[in-house]
Design a protein around this ligand. Structure first.
Ligand code: PNS
Length: 167
């Protein structure tokens, strides 16, 4: 039996916190599907394809990379999980303030799909303050990104904000 989990998120972009959660997830599951949500109502810095490519590049050199799939989805997460036949959703929880929203989302998903459960994982405590939003703020002002995101993501952020700042 192959144990598979979905790891959904916006990943705009992938951070070292996400990567830490993914590293924990591959210890627990045979296969992890990183599920990149493309939400037309939420403005993103990177397109769905760009986010997927950044994730694939970031994990390429790990020996578990072949057990990770990266896919884009729109719509309800539980519909995507059902289509994939997966009954475990993984979410990273950094601090108590994350938990309220995560708890509501997990219970909503379970009400919609009782066979699907959410598993919460905690990243290394050194990474608990990192969020894609904070990383974008630092990138927008040209700050050092090296301890927040993988190198390829830092390069992509620098390039993207140069384009944005040059109008
Ligand atoms: O990285 P994020 O932005 O915290 O991820 C949130 C995400 C994409 C997991 C969540 O918004 C989601 O699942 N969106 C798809 C729509 C859906 O199924 N919502 C859950 C019911 S509350």
């Amino acid at each position: 039996m192959t144990r598979t989990a979905l790891y959904p998120g916006s990943f705009d972009p992938l951070t070292n916190g996400h990567l830490d959660i993914l590293q924990r997830a591959v210890q627990m599951y045979d296969k992890v599907i990183v599920t990149v949500a493309v939400n037309k109502r939420k403005s993103a810095v990177f397109t769905g394809e760009e986010r997927i490519e950044l994730i694939r590049e970031s994990i390429r050199d790990y020996d578990w990379a072949d057990r990770v799939e990266v896919e884009q989805f729109t719509g309800l997460l539980i519909d995507f999980a059902r289509k994939k036949g997966v009954t475990v959703l993984l979410r990273g929880v950094r601090q108590i303030s994350d938990f309220e929203y995560e708890f509501r989302m997990a219970l909503t998903n379970r009400r919609l799909a009782p066979e699907i459960d959410t598993v919460f994982l905690m990243p290394d405590e050194q990474l608990t303050f990192i969020s894609a939003t904070i990383v974008k703020e630092v990138a927008a002002w040209g700050g050092d990104l090296s301890s927040f995101v993988p190198d390829n993501v830092a390069d992509a952020l620098r390039k993207r904000y140069k384009e944005i700042n040059n109008g």
